[in-house]
Structure formats: structure tokens, C-alpha cells
Ligand binder design. Structure first.
Ligand SMILES: Cc1cc2nc3c(=O)[nH]c(=O)nc-3n(C[C@H](O)[C@H](O)[C@H](O)COP(=O)(O)OP(=O)(O)OC[C@H]3O[C@@H](n4cnc5c(N)ncnc54)[C@H](O)[C@@H]3O)c2cc1C
Length: 427
């Protein structure tokens, strides 16, 4: 690993080597900047490595007007896709209150507009990224499909499709019969589907690996096993110190540590209402695997064929910072899939995996400048992969003093003078 000893005003130090940190490092290097990425890993539990691998432009935010009537049921039911085990936690209570406010219709519509624009930008950048990384990155633009079993599911899908059309995303509607002609794996009970043509799929592990390789080729430095604990600014340079006593100096700083960004953001005077939202995946080897990737609407499960196997991923569990596997949620993942894909019931399942999504109460990521020459990019929730390249593009423009899109203003971190600055615990 090349040593990083020389302070440099043109250097950017990035805290966090998840998909957001890696795509930003790649973009900055392509634009001629010097980059050092510090990551607390290696380990296999970060969301960026085990997600469903779906790049889904126009995907709606989590807080939506449809949620409050179901909230109590969700709180109490372990089998619900969104599960919030009751626990005494003031940050969780505050998060839930802000989340409730974000479920209002006008907030939802504004968020959809911003996420629509951001995911369109991201989708364009993924084209360029796919060319630059080559086939090893496994990025493919095959479209993503929304499958439903019920009349209610169909109504919801229609409303979302109409909204997507307003945002300029193309869709193709399929009856149940048309769907099974294309892909016979789907159960007779699946009434219909809509293909979102702009959707892409990727093996997230391969994408991260390809990015890391390219970053090194472009002269970027990746340092693993370094959990940042403090950030100080002196004489125009940021000095980031890690738990092992290692430090890096740079003219610019980006905090992109996913769900773990909160304590470090407070050192920059920014309070982010964010909860780690646990999600699970299972790799299935099944007799008649589906060829189409997408989301099972009623079950809220993502299905992604990856090579010979199929990844099923989902559930959103607000149970704090832990990687405990809840068996009942894993069996729910399997049962929910089998209702759409009967072969899933017979499938052989690999080792279960879980990871933590950085979920803001507002449903919008936090992306922008937080302090002089310091930026934050976190809180991408269920859409971190989808929005990563758009996030990187906005950050690069801002760091290089170029103008950023108007809609990005709403994502800027809210700097608060009253925020105390504890030492970050890192990971
Ligand atoms: C089951 C599941 C399925 C999902 N499916 C999709 C999908 O299909 N499409 C989609 O768009 N999104 C999906 N997501 C969401 C997506 O994975 C996340 O939003 C995204 O990975 C967040 O990326 P990140 O870089 O912000 O954070 P992370 O992936 O969490 O990366 C943060 C990095 O920061 C490092 N770090 C933490 N603390 C420190 C520190 N103190 N110092 C240095 N480094 C530190 C960590 O080691 C980690 O590498 C899914 C998530 C889950 C859990």
C-alpha cells in the first residue's frame, strides 16, 4: 500500500469505503484529484457489499403517506417487512417522530421529485462507469420489474408508474400471462408486472471490487482497517486520525461512513437523524430460477438473479447497531418469495447475510458541504447503490467549485451551532 505522509491541499481524504465513498473516490480521481480512502473494514457486513444489486431510478422514499395506518401493526409484527422492535431509545423516538412528519403527502411528493432527478443523474453516470470498469463490474441494463399478486398491489403499482412517467422514466406493462411467456418461473397467482426500463442489475461485491481496482490503477490510495475517530482542521488542512493512531492530512474531507456517520458528523457540527436499518439476504440455488430481476410488491422483497443463483433481499428492521440474524425474518423472506416464485420453496439456501442501511427520518440522503472544505454523504437508506454515482457527481462538482443542480440544495447537511462534538466511536 503506498504510504500517505505528505500533506497536500489538493488531496481529498474520504472516510468510508462503501459504495458512496468508492464511487466518489473514482469520480474525483477521474477529474484529476488525489484521493485517500480510509475504511474501518475489511469485513463482509457493510450494506454496499451485500445489497440486492438493483439500480432502481425513481424508487420512492421509505416515508410515504401509505405508512402511518400500518405503523402499529409494523411495530408489533416480527413478520412485517418493516419491523421496529419496541425499545427505550430517545434517538429512535425522535427519529420516529420526524419519520411520521415525513410521511405527509407534500413531503413525499417533494422527495420523489428530488430522488427522481438524482437517480436520473446517477443512471447516466452508471453508463459511463460501466464503460470505464468493463465487464468485471457486472453492471447490466436489463430493466427491473415490479411484480404483484393483488388488486391493491396493482393499484399501487399503477399510481407509482404514473408518477414515474411524469418523472420521465419508461415502463412496459405486462399481464400475468405475458409475464409467464417471458419468464415461466413466476407463479399463476402473479396477476401482472411492470418493467422499469431504466433499471440495472449488478453483483454489488463485484462492483465494489472493480471500483477498488480502478481506484488503485488511477493512483488512489485505499487504506483498510482504519476507523476514523477524529477530524480536526488546522492551517487549511484537515487531519483525520484513526483508532490505531494513524493520521492523514488533506485539503478536503468527505465523510461517507454509512450508518456509522452520525458521531463523526457531529464533529462537523451536523446532527443527522439516522437509524441503522437492518436488511437480510439469502442466496438461493433453485430448480427453475427466474431470469427477470425486480421487486415482489406485496412482500417487499427484491429478487436478483446473480450468476447461477438468485439473491432474495429485503426486510427493514430498526433494532439498533447489531448484526444479529432473526430466523423468523429470514423464513419470512423465503415464504414471501415462494408466494411469487414457487421454486423458492424447494431451493437450497446459502449462509444468511445481514447489513445496515443508513436511514434518515426524512427519507432523503444528506449530501453536501458541512464545514470549510468538508462534505458529508450519507443516509441513502434503501437507495445507496442507485444514488451513489449521482452523489459522487454532485460532490465532485461542489469540490471543484462548479455549480450543482438546484434540486441538490435540499440534501445539504443542516449545520447546527448547538451540536456538541463527541469523539466518534468508529467501528
Ligand atoms: C439487504 C439490503 C438490500 C439493499 N438493496 C439495495 C438495492 O438493491 N439498491 C440500492 O440502491 N440500495 C440497496 N440497499 C441499500 C444500500 O446497500 C445502502 O444504501 C448503501 O450500501 C450505503 O452505502 P454507504 O457507502 O453509504 O454505506 P456502507 O455500505 O455502510 O459503507 C460505509 C463504509 O464506511 C466504513 N466505516 C464506518 N465507520 C467508519 C469509520 N469510523 N472510519 C472509516 N470507515 C468507516 C465501513 O467499513 C463501510 O465500508 C440495500 C441494503 C440492504 C441492507
Amino acid at each position: 500500500m503506498p504510504p500517505v505522509t505528505r500533506p497536500h491541499v489538493d488531496r481529498v481524504v474520504i472516510i468510508g469505503g462503501g459504495i458512496v465513498g468508492l464511487t466518489t473516490a473514482h469520480t474525483l480521481l477521474k477529474r484529476g484529484m488525489e484521493v485517500v480512502v480510509l475504511d474501518a473494514g475489511p469485513d463482509r457486513v457493510t450494506a454496499s457489499r451485500g445489497n440486492a444489486g438493483q439500480i432502481a431510478p425513481g424508487h420512492p422514499p421509505i416515508p410515504s403517506p401509505a405508512i402511518p395506518p400500518q405503523a402499529l401493526h409494523m411495530l408489533l409484527d416480527r413478520r412485517s417487512p418493516l419491523f421496529i422492535p419496541p425499545r427505550p431509545s430517545l434517538p429512535l423516538a425522535r427519529w420516529l417522530l420526524s419519520f411520521r412528519l415525513a410521511c405527509r403527502e407534500h413531503h413525499y411528493r417533494n422527495s420523489m421529485r428530488v430522488l427522481g432527478a438524482m437517480s436520473r443523474l446517477s443512471r447516466e453516470c452508471f453508463e459511463t462507469l460501466a464503460e470505464d470498469l468493463g465487464p468485471d463490474a457486472t453492471l447490466s441494463g436489463t430493466g427491473l420489474t415490479d411484480f404483484w399478486r393483488t388488486a391493491q398491489g396493482e393499484r399501487e403499482a399503477e399510481a407509482e408508474t404514473a408518477w414515474m412517467a411524469q418523472l420521465g422514466f419508461e415502463t412496459t406493462q405486462l399481464s400475468g400471462r405475458e409475464l409467464r411467456t417471458r419468464d415461466p418461473a413466476w407463479d399463476e397467482a402473479v396477476r401482472g408486472a411492470v418493467i422499469h426500463e431504466s433499471g440495472m442489475c449488478v453483483d454489488p461485491e463485484c462492483l465494489c471490487e472493480a471500483l477498488r481496482g480502478r481506484i488503485s490503477d488511477l493512483g488512489g490510495v485505499l487504506q483498510h482497517g482504519h476507523a476514523a475517530t477524529s477530524m480536526r482542521r488546522k492551517e487549511g488542512l484537515w487531519r483525520v486520525t484513526t483508532r490505531r493512531g494513524h493520521s492523514v492530512e488533506a485539503g478536503k474531507l468527505l465523510l461517507a461512513a454509512g450508518a456509522w456517520s452520525g458521531p463523526l458528523a457531529r464533529q462537523l457540527g451536523v446532527l443527522i437523524r439516522m437509524q441503522p436499518a437492518k436488511g437480510y439476504h439469502l442466496m438461493l440455488t433453485m430448480p427453475r430460477p427466474p431470469t427477470m430481476a425486480g421487486v415482489l410488491r406485496e412482500a417487499k422483497i427484491a429478487v436478483t438473479p446473480l450468476g447461477e443463483q438468485v439473491r432474495i433481499a429485503g426486510t427493514l428492521e430498526l433494532s439498533g447497531f447489531n448484526h444479529r440474524l432473526d430466523r423468523s425474518r429470514l423464513s419470512q423472506l423465503r415464504l414471501g418469495t415462494a408466494a411469487f416464485l414457487p421454486a423458492a420453496a424447494l431451493a437450497r439456501a446459502g449462509k444468511p447475510w445481514c447489513g445496515l442501511r443508513p436511514c434518515t427520518a426524512s427519507g432523503l440522503p444528506v449530501v453536501g458541504a458541512a464545514a470549510p472544505n468538508a462534505w458529508i454523504a450519507t443516509g441513502h437508506g434503501m437507495m445507496g447503490l442507485t444514488l451513489a454515482t449521482g452523489t459522487a457527481a454532485i460532490l465532485a462538482e461542489d469540490m471543484l467549485g462548479e455549480s450543482t443542480p438546484d434540486w441538490a440544495e435540499v440534501l445539504a447537511p443542516q449545520v447546527s451551532r448547538g451540536v456538541s462534538a463527541p469523539r466518534a466511536r468508529g467501528r
